[in-house]
Design a binder for this molecule. Structure first.
Ligand SMILES: Cc1cc2nc3c(=O)[nH]c(=O)nc-3n(C[C@H](O)[C@H](O)[C@H](O)COP(=O)(O)OP(=O)(O)OC[C@H]3O[C@@H](n4cnc5c(N)ncnc54)[C@H](O)[C@@H]3O)c2cc1C
Length: 393
């Protein structure tokens, strides 16, 4: 089979890029996906929050694309009848966090996001059970959706445009410069787009690109409020995060169907698809994970403290204590575990021994690679796809 464009990975990134490419260039477009179902990994296992452009350093790709990304994804959800719930507050736990809250507001305004400070009284009107010290930040454009609903609609759109989607088809290697070897046979391509999420590093390596990078997986575990206590959270309640790291801290998210999720954690995982404790551990991935975490733990005290804090959240009572800081009336008996676990694959640069914070796009010859499509990549996907398509000539 011969394709003008072969997209590897049918997550939110692969789907939106394939659609944008088809609309822009036409031609024969095919998405291959190693799993048999849609949303088996990050795109179907996330918090479903359309972030409003608050956290990201101005001038970064995240900062540049997130506000417009939020607007375009909200509009898409509206057009396609996808349910939404609205609003978010970021609360402080102590006076020391007011400085970081101010920094978040400055970043948000520089990115063009709509945010405002609210005081303790105003917070009580929006979220009666939440607590802040002095000020909180209010974001009206943070939206919650069901990510699987979005994926299903995008898959319908892709098929309607004539894009072929092949599930159960894994890219395993390359032959020459323009032939992909897959579990279902070989496929020739004009351009290969690597949107393989956690495995995007490995596919870039097949092309001899991004050899300094490896993906390090972090596990996101959730709890939820029992239904009878779901009224305690009306929208989204977030803490002030440590902005040196790409994780936002345990927060409360009200889904459009009224479930209040608490989480996720960012616990180092043993492998890229290690969703339950000792399941699906691959030796080569475990070695990489141990190597990168050990390097980082030994050289970065803050990373070590973060690691200790995150791993402690495996203990439900300690997880609960973290959540209670945002919602003082919360009782341990109000929460139960939530079945969905997600894994964030975060790009690690072995030459710098740093976690990469921004989206990274590599284009060389007849391949285009999306590395580090981390949060808020779901939010920004439609806008990001337009940005990426401009790399194609
Ligand atoms: C716990 C958690 C919470 C998050 N919360 C949010 C949020 O609230 N808002 C937000 O904007 N973002 C959030 N994110 C981030 C967001 O989910 C990701 O940025 C986004 O889903 C990445 O999409 P993707 O298409 O790159 O990856 P994926 O969804 O992982 O898709 C990649 C696909 O490639 C396939 N694949 C891999 N290798 C191959 C191969 N060799 N051959 C064929 N197919 C292959 C995989 O099976 C997979 O389906 C969260 C992520 C997690 C894990």
């Amino acid at each position: 089979m011969i394709y003008d464009f072969l997209v590897v990975g049918c997550g939110i990134i692969g789907l939106t890029i394939a659609i944008e490419i088809k609309k822009t260039f036409g031609g024969k477009v095919c998405i291959i996906e190693k799993e048999s179902t849609l949303g088996a990994h990050a795109s179907g296992r996330n918090s479903g929050v359309l972030h409003a452009g608050i956290y990201y350093k101005p001038g970064t790709l995240k900062g540049q694309l997130s506000v417009e990304g939020n607007r375009q994804m909200r509009e898409y959800c509206q057009e396609r009848g996808i349910r939404q719930s609205r609003g978010k507050v970021i609360v402080t736990k102590n006076e020391k966090e007011l400085e970081a809250l101010r920094e978040l507001k400055e970043r948000a305004l520089a990115n063009g996001a709509d945010v405002s400070n609210i005081d303790e009284r105003e917070l009580k009107e929006i979220e009666p059970y939440a607590k802040t010290v002095g000020l909180a930040l209010y974001s009206p454009n943070t939206i919650t959706i069901d990510p699987k609903e979005v994926l299903n609609k995008l898959l319908e759109d892709a098929k309607a445009l004539g894009i072929e989607v092949a599930f159960d088809t894994k890219l395993t290697g390359l032959k020459g410069r323009d032939e992909a070897i897959t579990s279902k046979g070989s496929m020739s391509f004009g351009l290969l787009v690597n949107a393989a999420g956690a495995y995007a590093d490995k596919i870039a390596h097949m092309f001899g690109l991004g050899m300094q990078y490896t993906m390090v997986p972090y596990k996101g575990i959730y709890f939820r409020l029992k239904d009878e206590y779901a009224h305690m959270v009306r929208s989204n309640i977030y803490p002030v995060p440590d902005i040196r790291f790409p994780f936002l801290g345990v927060h409360f998210t009200r889904t459009p169907n009224g479930i209040v999720k608490i989480g996720p954690t960012a616990i180092p995982a043993f492998s890229k698809e290690n969703y339950s404790f000792f399941d699906n551990i691959k030796k080569d991935e475990l070695n990489e994970v141990l190597y990168c975490n050990a390097k980082k733990l030994l050289t970065d005290k803050n990373y070590m403290l973060l690691g200790i804090k995150e791993v402690s959240k495996y203990i439900p009572f300690l997880f609960y204590k973290e959540a209670k800081k945002l919602l003082p009336a919360l009782k341990y008996s109000h929460i139960i575990s939530y079945p969905s676990v997600g894994i964030r694959a975060q790009l690690f640069d072995k030459s710098k021994q740093e976690l990469e914070m921004d989206f990274i796009v590599l284009k060389h010859d007849n391949s285009l690679h999306i590395l580090n499509a981390v949060s808020p990549a779901f939010t920004s996907a439609i806008t990001f796809a337009k940005y990426v398509t401009e790399f194609i000539d």
